[in-house]
Design a binder for this molecule. Structure first.
Ligand code: SF4
Ligand code: SF4
Length: 117
């Protein structure tokens, strides 16, 4: 169903409660941007009386808004290393904590997955 701009989602949103602008502000025409400000708690979706597809709205708006620098750097890191952060030392750190080593997927596999998406 259509969004009626009732603001219920906005009143439940954690980002809004902390003073930020999320997709809930965008939907209610209280801000032009905010789709990237989200904790993925989905309280907005649970609260919407119209069962409006807020998740899809977030994705659509993200296509129109430039991602924040941290996201762009994270994505560049994934394309370059296969992971957001270089984690060659992961198994060393795991060993320090008494955890078993894990087998990591190589960056070429991650890049292939991204390309196929
Ligand atoms: S998305 Fe739902 S809760 Fe949010 S303003 Fe629109 S109708 Fe109201
Ligand atoms: S999913 Fe995002 S927009 Fe929705 S309530 Fe949580 S932080 Fe706000």
């Amino acid at each position: 169903m259509d969004c009626t701009k009732c603001s219920i989602c906005r009143s439940r949103c954690l980002v809004e409660r902390l003073g930020g602008a999320s997709i809930t502000s965008v939907l209610n025409e209280a801000a032009e941007k905010g789709a990237w400000n989200c904790s993925n708690c989905w309280k907005c979706i649970d609260a919407c009386p119209q069962e409006f597809d807020i998740y899809n709205a977030i994705i659509e708006k993200r296509r129109l808004e430039e991602a924040p620098r941290a996201y762009r750097e994270a994505f560049a890191g994934i394309c370059r290393n296969g992971y957001i952060f270089p984690i060659e030392e992961l198994n060393t750190i795991r060993e320090m904590w008494g955890l078993n080593k894990i087998e990591l997927v190589g960056p070429e596999v991650i890049r292939k997955l991204i390309k196929e998406c």
